[in-house]
Write a protein that binds this ligand. Structure first.
Ligand SMILES: [Mn+2]
Length: 326
């Protein structure tokens, strides 16, 4: 049965949850999902929730009253969006068993732990964004898309496809349909622009650069470094400086996080996917989990050792480069 067809029968409360520090794709998909579920089932209570926090620019998509930070997972239906591992929805990861039914809709590499707990597992890692997947589900079910959802989906796609740089022909088709429906494109572009970086983000990036360790492997440049926060932003910065692949780690309050990024030509020539081949294994090695996309992925662990986690990332990547060569 199709997801929305099934969801018509839901009687109790619905919670739409995305990942920690929910980004534009996560929040925009949540908005579209909420409006679509509300359209087919006006009687039920539907809540958008985020674990821990919401990112600065995603916050501009919703009114404060519409978002619940760390909501209760004791619901009839839990819809998990834009998250491939339970670690990504921590600190609520232990509460998923409170939900009667679980649906996962995501565009990261599939992960067994979320697959195992879900009644609906709609995952396509070739999609540019979760927003794109949610759009297809809504249209497929013949549900009318609200005006704010059309804008939200456009924003979600723009954000996660890196302004369409990672778009597929399907992305462009959906994009065109949304523009034809009258979405304000200039408004969408403004919403995607990040707010002015604060000074702590700039300092984190510069510190990440000053602490770089360079590993030359068969002509490729791998970099590892450490920061206290802004791992992803620092990783993007180091790729811009010239690294082929980078792992930026942080260890704060006993929690280890590693953000990985790589250049397209490195991934193409080595056949490596960070989200599939490197980060899940690296996550396990530090007692946590990892996943993500081919070119952007991460690890989270509540206990592990950062130093050995970063060493493992390099070791795994090196093994994959050599295997390919051998
Ligand atoms: Mn996403």
């Amino acid at each position: 049965m199709d997801f929305f067809e099934w969801a018509r029968g839901i009687q109790g409360k619905v919670l739409i949850l995305s990942h920690q520090n929910a980004d534009l794709d996560a929040v925009c998909s949540s908005i579209a999902m909420k409006d679509a579920l509300g359209a087919i089932n006006p009687e039920i209570e539907i809540v958008i929730g985020v674990p821990g926090s919401i990112s600065k620019n995603a916050k501009r998509m919703v009114d404060d009253f519409e978002i619940q930070i760390n909501p209760s997972l004791d619901v009839e239906l839990l819809v998990i969006l834009d998250s491939s591992t339970l670690e990504q929805i921590s600190p609520l990861d232990g509460d998923v068993k409170l939900a009667k039914h679980v649906a996962v809709i995501d565009h990261h590499a599939p992960h067994q732990e979320t697959q195992e707990i879900s009644d609906f597992y709609i995952v396509d890692d070739s999609a540019s964004s979760t927003a794109e997947l949610v759009f297809e589900l809504i249209v497929g079910a013949g549900i009318e898309i609200s005006e704010r959802s059309r804008l939200a989906i456009l924003v979600g796609i723009l954000a996660d496809s890196a302004r369409l740089r990672l778009a597929t022909s399907k992305t462009i088709q959906i994009f065109a349909r949304l523009l034809e429906s009258g979405v304000d494109y200039q408004k969408a572009l403004l919403l995607v622009e990040l707010p002015e970086d604060d000074i702590s983000a700039k300092i984190a990036c510069l510190k990440a650069a000053s602490r770089m360790k360079i590993h030359k492997i068969d002509g490729w440049i791998l970099v590892t470094t450490k920061v206290n926060s802004f791992e992803a932003k620092s990783a993007n910065g180091i790729i811009a400086l010239g690294a082929d692949c980078v792992f930026v780690g942080s260890a704060t309050k006993g929690e280890v996080q590693i953000s990985a990024r790589a250049r397209q030509n490195f991934l193409k020539e080595t056949g490596i996917s960070l989200g599939r081949d490197v980060m899940p294994a690296a996550g396990e090695s530090v007692g946590g989990s990892g996943g993500g996309h081919k070119e952007a992925a991460g690890v989270k662990s509540k206990s592990g050792n950062l130093e050995s986690g970063l060493a493992e990332c390099v070791k795994i990547t090196e093994g994959l480069i050599k295997r390919r060569k051998g």
